[in-house]
Write a protein that binds this ligand. Structure first.
Ligand SMILES: [Ca+2]
Ligand SMILES: [Ca+2]
Length: 210
């Protein structure tokens, strides 16, 4: 009985350690980490707020916020997309689009409801996004217009209110080209040989057209 108690305690301890491991141990691809760094920096700089009409900086709406983060990381978007056009535009750049439930969100994914909202997923049910204008002026005096939302405040992530997960994966490296074989030199046509009488040695004789 004592053995089983110790075994159970050990199992619970291992489970506790595994639960405490940070989900963010998974790093997104480098280019997406660059986009996340840009997004978190803008979220923490409250000179940037939410504005649906003036969405090209310094204020952003949810979709232009995602767009400019990707542009800052070198993705070739012509300009800010909307939530309605985001999926097609990003798939055109090589992102994969998964329906909600098809894969588990992981750091760097973009969670999208095309009719409503888009956020960057940071892991552990935390997201960074542009949410709303709470002070009716440029900037973010409440600190809540563009911010990182923890699980307790991030309903969109926690309650899975998105319908699509857009994920960037590094393109596979091009396979090395097959080695081209050295060309074999062509010889010939060979001259006819005429045996020397009695010597066994052959005499070369060019046959000329006469
Ligand atoms: Ca902010
Ligand atoms: Ca504002």
């Amino acid at each position: 009985m004592k053995f089983w108690k110790h075994a159970l305690a050990a199992l619970l301890a291992v489970c506790g350690i595994l639960a405490a491991l940070p989900e963010t141990a998974y790093a997104a691809p480098d280019q997406i980490e660059e986009a996340l760094a840009w997004a978190v920096e803008i979220a923490e700089d409250d000179s940037h707020g939410y504005d649906k009409d003036n969405r090209c900086g310094p204020d952003y709406d949810c979709s232009s916020f995602v767009s400019y983060a990707l542009i800052a990381a070198g993705f070739e978007l012509d300009g800010p997309v909307s939530t309605c056009t985001m999926k097609d535009a990003l798939v055109g750049l090589g992102f994969k689009a998964y329906r909600r439930g098809e894969v588990k969100p992981r750091r760097g994914d973009i969670l999208l409801d095309p009719w409503r909202h888009a956020e960057f997923y940071l892991g552990k049910d935390r997201c960074v996004a542009a949410h709303d204008d709470y002070d009716n002026r440029s900037g973010d005096r409440t600190g809540k217009e563009i911010n990182v939302r923890e699980p307790s405040g991030c309903r969109f992530c926690r309650n899975r209110e998105y319908t699509w997960i857009l994920r960037w994966t590094e393109p596979e490296p091009e396979p090395a080209p097959e080695p081209v074989p050295e060309p074999v030199p062509e010889f010939g046509p060979y001259p006819e040989c005429k045996p020397l009488p009695g010597s066994g040695v052959q005499l070369l004789r060019f046959s000329l057209a006469s």
